[in-house]
Design a protein around this ligand. Structure first.
Ligand code: IPE
Ligand code: IPE
Ligand code: MG
Ligand code: MG
Ligand code: MG
Length: 295
């Protein structure tokens, strides 16, 4: 991940600057928002924004907007995902989950507030940084849909409904929604910041992101079985605790691992069809990091 430290530092700086001031009222809510966001995540979704946007020649200053937005949404989704009514997880990113460090009501409000703040930052900072209206509109459209009941929230709803999960394909449908939709929006928002609207390119980027999203969540489910709580920074084995049948449980760990490899190879092939060898280095680094990730 060292190749990406500068992107991670950039998004951390933008988030620190653009989150509500921790000293402003209501201070507890604002402190909890900082706690939930500035807490050492891998920042994969911002990386996708930066890599895609820079590939298509967007400015880093403008990319900070979409990068911060997708990370605020992702962080909100983790806060709600950990709530007792959902996965009931006490640890996140190596620290007590938001509802443990604060309380449940605050954690619910952190999610509400982060979601709204995301769209404030997108429109307000987007205008300040001279991102064209049509690109801001395309980004808002992409992100709202991605986290709606047709995307992330819908996927989380299906994920909570154990009776819905009868076969491996049901898991993949859920992966596409709960995890894949935001990953796809991250790639697309990077492209829109670069003023890319060519449908052929956008569709290839969607296909690329679709493979990444599926592979990423299958890995998450594999790691839930094989990695320690200490390594993960979140409770290992929690899926089994909730009797949640995940993709590796249906097909076995070996087949699940083969599927992850196949999806990353497919994403690489799609990328090669829209990028030139000389300029693809950062994507190659990203794919090797993702293939070998341990948490
Ligand atoms: C965890 O996402 C939740 C999933 C969608 C699998 P990440 O593995 O990206 O978590 P952080 O942001 O690095 O903590
Ligand atoms: C969560 O999937 C996906 C979200 C939309 C937050 P998981 O429930 O498997 O994520 P972790 O394992 O808690 O990070
Ligand atoms: Mg969950
Ligand atoms: Mg969870
Ligand atoms: Mg998980």
């Amino acid at each position: 991940m060292t190749a990406f430290t500068s992107y991670q530092t950039r998004v951390e700086n933008a988030l620190t600057q653009w989150l509500p001031d921790e000293q402003s009222t209501p201070t507890t809510l604002h402190q909890a928002m900082h706690y939930a966001v500035l807490n050492g995540g891998k920042r994969l979704r911002p990386l996708l924004v930066y890599l895609t946007g820079e590939y298509f020649a967007a400015s880093l200053d403008q990319l900070d907007v979409a990068a911060s937005c997708v990370e605020m949404i992702h962080s909100y989704s983790l806060v709600h995902d950990d709530l007792p009514a959902m996965d009931d997880a006490a640890l996140r990113r190596g620290k007590p989950s938001c509802h443990k460090a604060f309380d449940e009501a605050t954690a619910i409000l952190v999610g509400d507030a982060l979601q709204a703040h995301t769209f404030y930052v997108l429109l307000d900072r987007g205008h300040q940084l001279n991102i064209a209206d049509r690109n801001l509109l395309a980004m808002a459209n992409e992100l709202t849909f991605a986290i709606s009941s047709y995307g992330m929230a819908g996927g989380q709803a299906l994920d909570m409904n154990l009776a819905h999960i009868q076969q491996a394909e049901d898991c993949l449908e859920i992966h596409r929604l709960k995890t894949g939709a935001l990953i796809k929006a991250s790639v697309l928002m990077g492209a829109y910041t670069a003023d890319i609207h060519d449908e052929n390119t956008l569709q290839k980027l969607r296909d690329f992101a679709d493979c990444l999203g599926l592979a990423f969540q299958i890995q998450d489910d594999i790691l839930d079985i094989t990695a320690s709580t200490e390594t993960l920074g979140k409770p290992s084995g929690i899926d089994a605790t909730h009797d949640k049948k995940t993709y590796p449980q249906f097909v076995g760990l070996d087949v699940a691992r083969q599927e992850v490899d196949a999806l990353y190879s497919k994403s690489d092939a799609i990328l090669k069809s829209i990028t030139s060898d000389g300029d693809r280095g950062a994507f190659d680094d990203l794919l090797s990091f993702l293939k070998t990730r341990t948490f």
